[in-house]
Design a binder for this molecule. Structure first.
Ligand SMILES: [Zn+2]
Length: 193
């Protein structure tokens, strides 16, 4: 008889452990369990093999979600950073030829900043070989003879040959080389005698 009850109780145990047994069945199981160590042990085994209840499970799951979100955010930031770098590289590649057209751009930019109505030409640098001037793009090259009163004094503008402007005093001819700088200025290389 007792063994038959054990059989019935064990059939009920999974439902009971899940809390899905009816009140009558649960009462029957509990009454039996009090006097039957074997069925109690069976219940323990059953509970041990059941998946963890939802509450104990939630914390790690929430942590996982948070770490996933963090990882996704990091991926978005990384993508943005890589995109910005790629754009910067493209920009640098596109403009580097202009920026470093004549090496260090700083003396040119400093000279260009001093350009004004009375100063249509500004000396950028000077060495034994040549003097380098900057002017606004489109300025009349003939004014160069006025601006440069040193070595071109007494010389007349004769003709333009490509980017070179030829000045002459009847005996010797000097070629002033011009170059469009950054698309908005002209750079003039005036040879020195
Ligand atoms: Zn039993």
């Amino acid at each position: 008889m007792s063994e038959q009850i054990c059989g019935v109780v064990r059939d009920l145990l999974p439902l009971y452990a899940d809390g899905a047994a009816s009140a009558e069945s649960a009462a029957l199981v509990e009454a039996h369990l009090e006097g039957c160590p074997a069925c109690r042990a069976e219940l323990e085994k059953l509970r041990a093999s059941l998946p963890l209840p939802a509450e104990t499970d939630a914390e790690p799951l929430r942590g996982l979600k948070k770490s996933l979100r963090r990882r996704r955010r990091r991926a978005v930031i990384l993508t943005a950073a890589v995109t910005a770098l790629a754009l910067l590289a493209l920009f640098a590649a596109a403009y580097a030829p202009a920026i470093f057209q004549r090496g260090n751009p700083l003396p040119y930019l400093a000279a260009a900043a001093r350009l004004s109505a009375p100063n249509s030409f500004v000396l950028v640098e000077q060495n034994e070989r040549e003097a380098v001037y900057i002017s606004r793009f489109g300025a009349d090259p003939v004014y160069l003879t006025v601006a440069y009163e040193g070595d071109l004094r007494g010389m007349q503008f004769r003709e333009q040959m490509g980017a070179a402007y030829l000045f002459s005093d009847g005996e010797r001819t000097v070629a002033v080389e011009s170059e469009i700088y950054w698309g908005r200025w002209m750079v003039w290389e005036v040879p020195r005698q």
